[in-house]
Design a protein around this ligand. Structure first.
Ligand code: WT7
Length: 637
């Protein structure tokens, strides 16, 4: 045992859990001792869920990068912090030790400062999975700027919306990104976004793909040139800026049930403690282990379990630029073998996709280094769970099914690898500090076991969101208004006879496509922008690989008659407006949509039709025109 707060037996878990409920303040007070503070707190917690107002470690001062970098230098300065595997297996990998990473982060802090970035400024990062993305994220944190990473799959319009919302004046990007055999022209997409964002002052561009770019005078600078300037100044150190515990650390946009993504805000101290504590305990990380999380840093999983959690724990984190199936479906296994990775953390959609290639790609790979497997992002079906267990873990590796959300900052419900029991398709038990509640439609808490309901949390944990950027009321209505004094997750859930939790999926109008959250309203808005579209309704349907697919019912005024071309046009529009990740899998042209007399679309019926149900569509008598349903059923794709 290397971490004083590491839980190493089931009894210790029970004990820690009980303590965390009976006396949360003392519980977290003890854990927080094991971090580096510039000044300690004078109060552990102050909260109410009505405003909401959530404050942890009040009065404390820190910088998360001192915890992720500086404090490890003496003991493990020469140990690898980041191992980076490029997209192309023929290209050289890179290893950054803690010492090198700190050096590069400090160097880039100077670049940020030289370009006018100050504490509190919002900096948008739109980059591929290169080590410089990690460096840039940490440099923002060190200087006290609020980073907002945007996943490389989002469109110019989505970027512009986020830049406007965050009023981000600074952007860090790359000329392009490699993903499999594709090249994504990131800088050119940024240029398109910036036509609408004249308030952006500086764009720092890293060379990665040598994709041609146009640099705007006075606005755009090259990363490499800016680094050279710091080198000529002799690479002075860059002391970490003092942050208050509740200063914002980052914004990460995520979809909700309205058309507009929300900027989820996480703050410095609580997020740090939560990601570190959960990283060590869920994965049972031990110093020297190599942790391979396959997520993209554009999502919360990458923030918490590629960067902040592992680095704060002094771990070695493996960062992969490419995709699971290029050059072939053995890529993950080749990477595990090459670096002797000990922990593999990935999404059920990736497992299902790799499973569809059969066991061939695994056969010649040495996976004996693996100790722990993890999944995240969506419910895992039993078939995928067993395949992961038998063929990847060779029945020797505990699997942690980790349930959490962008808003929760880190894992809330999961077994602890090899310490508490797993149950296929169950996230199992809440981590210490987490108090789940299941509620019924009326908001009454459902006690006892063998029950299901909407999943809420009744007490704050350090890693939870504090607000939605620029609109606190939205945070309240979205998460704290559905049920008084509870945080509402948006997920449906059941609790088995032993108190294990199984997440059954979203109960709001949010889809989970390949582990990515997409609001149906966002997709509808995008579809409706197409000139030929009168109205649309989007629902999810079960998809073998993606978990959920996107099914769009569209009222269309055909101009050129070719339905397939029209479908492609609409999909292209969605791609332009949101990004390729939101493209509908199926588009059905319909004459009308099932609406109530008050004009509300009855999605319940559409969902059933999309799922393949034709008979039991439930009560259709309240519909304005029940005949549309028959038409839709008849034209089902
Ligand atoms: C939604 C959150 C958590 C980081 C990646 C996704 C679903 C997440 C699980 C799981 C079943 C899960 C939920 C949740 N989800 N993990 N282990 N089992 N469902 O973060 O984009 O914020 O999405 O993903 O529906 O609400 P996100």
């Amino acid at each position: 045992m290397f971490y004083p707060y590491q839980i190493t037996s089931e009894a210790a878990y029970e004990k820690a859990y009980a303590q965390s409920i009976e006396d949360p303040e003392n519980f977290w007070n003890d854990i927080a001792q094991h971090f580096h503070w510039k000044k300690k707190w004078n109060k552990v917690l102050e909260w109410n869920f009505t405003e909401p107002s959530i404050k942890w470690f009040l009065g404390a001062q820190l910088n998360i990068t001192e915890n992720c970098l500086d404090r490890h230098i003496a003991e493990r300065g020469h140990e690898p912090a980041i191992i980076w595997e490029p997209n192309d297996p023929e290209e050289h990998h890179r290893i950054l030790t803690y010492k090198e990473l700190l050096f590069k982060v400090e160097q880039f802090c100077h670049v940020l400062q030289n370009n006018g970035v100050k504490k509190g400024d919002r900096v948008c990062l739109y980059m591929g999975m290169v080590p410089e993305l990690a460096i840039a994220v940490l440099a923002c944190a060190r200087i006290g700027a609020i980073h907002s990473v945007i996943f490389g799959g989002f469109s110019a319009q989505s970027i512009a919306d986020r830049l406007v919302d965050a009023q981000a004046e600074f952007i860090i990007t790359c000329d392009g990104a490699f993903r499999g055999n594709k090249e994504i022209a990131l800088k050119s997409i940024i240029d398109d976004a910036l036509i609408q964002c004249r308030f952006v002052k500086k764009v720092i561009v890293l060379t990665r793909t040598r994709t041609p770019v146009s640099m705007i005078k006075g606005r755009d600078v090259w990363w490499e040139d800016e680094i050279k300037k710091v080198e000529t100044q002799g690479n002075p150190p860059f002391p970490a800026v003092t942050m208050e515990a509740e200063d914002p650390l980052f914004i990460l946009y995520t979809s909700g049930s309205t058309g507009k993504p929300k900027g989820v805000v996480h703050t410095c101290a609580g997020y740090m403690v939560w990601t570190t504590y959960t990283f060590v305990n869920v994965f049972q990380y031990n110093p020297g282990d190599i942790h391979f999380c396959t997520a993209d840093i554009g999502w919360i999983t990458g923030h918490s379990y590629i960067l902040y959690g592992p680095l704060s724990a002094g771990a070695t984190t493996l960062m992969f630029e490419g995709i699971p199936i290029w050059p072939d479906a053995g890529r993950f296994w080749q990477i595990v073998e090459k670096y002797r990775a000990n922990i593999l953390y990935t999404a059920p959609t990736a497992i299902r996709s790799l499973m569809s290639f059969g066991n061939g790609p695994l056969q010649d790979k040495d996976l004996h280094s693996l100790k722990t497997l993890g999944t995240v992002g969506e419910p895992i079906n039993e078939e995928a769970w067993h395949w992961y267990n038998e063929h990847v873990g060779q029945k020797k590796c505990p699997i942690v099914d980790t349930w959490w959300q962008t808003e929760t900052g880190g894992i809330l419900i999961s077994n602890l690898a090899g310490v508490t029991p797993a149950k296929p398709s169950y996230a199992t038990k809440p981590l210490p500090g987490v108090q789940p509640v299941l509620v019924n439609e009326k908001g009454e808490s459902i006690e006892g076991n063998n029950v299901s309901g909407n999943l809420c949390i009744r007490f704050p944990w350090p890693g939870m969101l504090r607000t939605t950027y620029g609109d606190h009321e939205r945070c309240r209505t979205n998460y704290f208004a559905a049920y008084p004094n509870l945080y509402f997750t948006g997920d449906g859930c059941l609790r088995d006879e032993n108190g294990n939790y199984r997440i059954t999926g979203r109960v709001d109008d949010v889809l989970n496509v390949s582990g990515h959250r997409i609001g149906t309203a966002e997709v509808e808005n995008a579809i409706n922008m197409h000139a030929g579209v009168v109205e649309s309704a989007v629902v999810g349907y079960p998809h073998d690989i993606k978990g959920q697919g996107i099914y769009a019912f569209v009222i269309y005024t055909s101009s050129h008659g070719d339905e397939n071309l029209s479908r492609q046009d609409i999909a292209q529009t969605v791609s332009r407006v949101i990004g390729a990740l939101a493209k509908p899998d199926k588009i059905q042209f319909v004459k009308g949509l099932p609406k109530t007399r008050s004009g509300k679309i009855m999605r319940r019926i559409l969902r059933k039709i999309a799922e393949g149900e034709t008979q039991n569509l439930g009560d259709t008598t309240t519909l304005l025109d029940p005949a549309v349903v028959e038409d839709i059923v008849a034209g089902r794709l």
